[in-house]
Ligand binder design. Structure first.
Ligand code: NAD
Length: 442
């Protein structure tokens, strides 16, 4: 088994470190955030991810998984994964300062033959740049030899462990056989030979050159976001012409060339990746003189979905100022506590500036940062959020909301309007409870 270092222990880094250790490798997780390291070393997961805490406990008790703030712990690691953040920067291009500082840290501590693997989502060409940053920090001659590989990460928050252990494909980009060294780490995943593996469904190993692997990540996210925006554009046209997107979209998706996943109408996408990655891909295209009109439209349609919540509420309630409106769901999707680019936050901001009194409930997110809170009342449950509300807006399709007691919800409210942004509520049952449901695309 190999000695592996993982730099950055956020969502991606913690899952990567934990899973590789669980698969039998010796893993060192390193982060600049001492608090986070302290928590992880104590077996606590500082983020909400189903199954991760159990796996982390299993892996740490074997002694194969340790966490520290000390970059010198990477010494002797055959493979070093870069899993630091690449938040949005100026003009759409991501801010690569975390990658740069981690690359410096690697340069002063790595040993001969290290493979540096970029798992952070970075623009095409960043692999070359990381190589140069490391080279510049090394003596001109006699320094350790190393190579850089791109290994884009496709995990989804909320089912990150499942995605790591049972991926559709593992993409590795690099030269001179270095992807092969990384593929060896993934051998149990590729063969599905670990306990609970599914040998009948082995993932594909796709080896490319460095820039192509970097492009795969952006192109995959751009496609998924575009598919959702396409569904929403069709849904908007359905509303205008009197068609019902709930009937139209499944009929389109039943064509196996199209597929029904990511083809649902609603409030649109959010989260830490789609918006940031689209902006980065557009920025890269612009650098090379191409304006990427389709990708821009994908973003515009998504923004319009969020704005249309206010329009729909105005159409139903007329005056919004002074109304009470409850938001059900804050996380950008079920199964996570991640609020990065969460549609709920933008909707809350818009409602607050229209003079609405906002309450909110999320099964996992229990508080908002000061900036995001904007005077929102955080409720104990969905019924408390709906207390005297004129309308309820369902923003995140948590399972709990599909089982809402609609009679109790109606009794809590002053009004009767439910704007279902995710198609999670059965309109017939809601009608029986005296509620008026409105959605997207019908
Ligand atoms: P995150 O912000 O949750 O975590 C980044 C971590 O890196 C933080 O804990 C931070 O303290 C640490 N860090 C920053 N600089 C460091 C340094 N110099 N040395 C050591 N640690 C350092 O980020 P994330 O959500 O895990 O995403 C990481 C990367 O993976 C990003 O590029 C993101 O786009 C990509 N990605 C994320 C997801 C996702 O669902 N979150 C999915 C696929 C790809």
């Amino acid at each position: 088994m190999s000695r592996v270092a993982v730099i950055g222990t956020g969502y991606v880094g913690t899952v990567t470190a934990t899973c590789f250790a669980w698969l039998g490798h010796d893993v060192f997780g390193i982060d600049v955030d001492a608090n986070r390291v302290y928590q992880l070393a104590a077996g606590q997961v500082p983020l909400f991810e189903p199954g991760l805490a159990e796996l982390l406990t299993e892996a740490t008790t074997t002694g194969r998984l340790t966490f520290s703030v000390d970059m010198s712990d990477i010494a002797g690691a055959q493979v070093v994964f870069l899993c630091v953040g690449t938040p949005p920067g100026v003009g759409g291009a991501p801010d690569l300062s975390q990658v740069e500082s981690a690359a410096h840290g690697i340069a002063s501590n790595m040993t001969d033959g290290t493979v540096v693997v970029n798992k952070s989502t970075v623009p095409v060409g960043s692999g070359n740049w990381v190589r140069t940053v490391i080279e510049e920090a090394l003596p001109r001659t006699g320094g350790p030899k190393f190579s850089v590989v791109s290994n884009p990460e496709f995990l989804r928050e909320g089912c990150a462990i499942e995605d790591f252990l049972y991926p559709d494909r593992i993409v590795l980009g690099g030269e001179n056989g270095s992807p092969k060294k990384v593929a060896e780490l993934y051998a149990p995943v590729l063969a599905q030979s670990f306990p609970g593996g599914r040998p009948e469904r082995q993932p594909q190993l796709i080896v490319t050159d460095l820039p192509s692997a970097e492009m795969v990540k952006y192109a995959a996210n751009a496609f998924l976001a575009t598919k959702i925006s396409f569904a929403n554009e069709i849904a908007s046209i359905c509303e205008l012409v009197g068609a019902d997107a709930r009937q139209v979209l499944p009929a389109i998706g039943s064509d196996e060339r199209i597929g029904s996943r990511f083809l649902q109408q609603g409030l649109g996408w959010g989260g830490s990746c789609f918006g940031k990655d689209l902006a980065a891909l557009i920025a890269t295209a612009v650098d090379y003189g191409y304006s990427a009109p389709l990708l821009r439209a994908t973003t515009d349609v998504n923004q319009a979905q969020r704005a249309s919540v206010i329009r729909k509420l105005q159409a139903a309630l007329k005056v919004l100022k002074g109304r009470r409106i409850a938001i059900l769901g804050l996380a950008f999707k079920p199964g996570t506590d991640d609020l990065r680019d969460a549609p709920a936050l933008e909707i809350i901001r818009r409602l607050r500036s229209a003079g609405v009194i906002v309450s909110a409930y999320d099964p996992v997110v229990k508080q908002l940062s000061d900036a995001d809170a904007l005077g929102v009342r955080m409720a104990a449950d969905a019924y408390d959020a709906a207390d005297r509300a004129d309308a309820v807006v369902l923003v995140t399709e948590w399972d709990d909301f599909a089982d809402l007691d609609l009679d109790s919800l109606k009794r809590s409210m002053t009004g009767d309007l439910v704007l279902d942004g995710r198609g999670a509520i059965d309109p017939a049952a809601a009608e029986e409870a005296g509620l008026r449901v409105t959605g997207f695309g019908w």
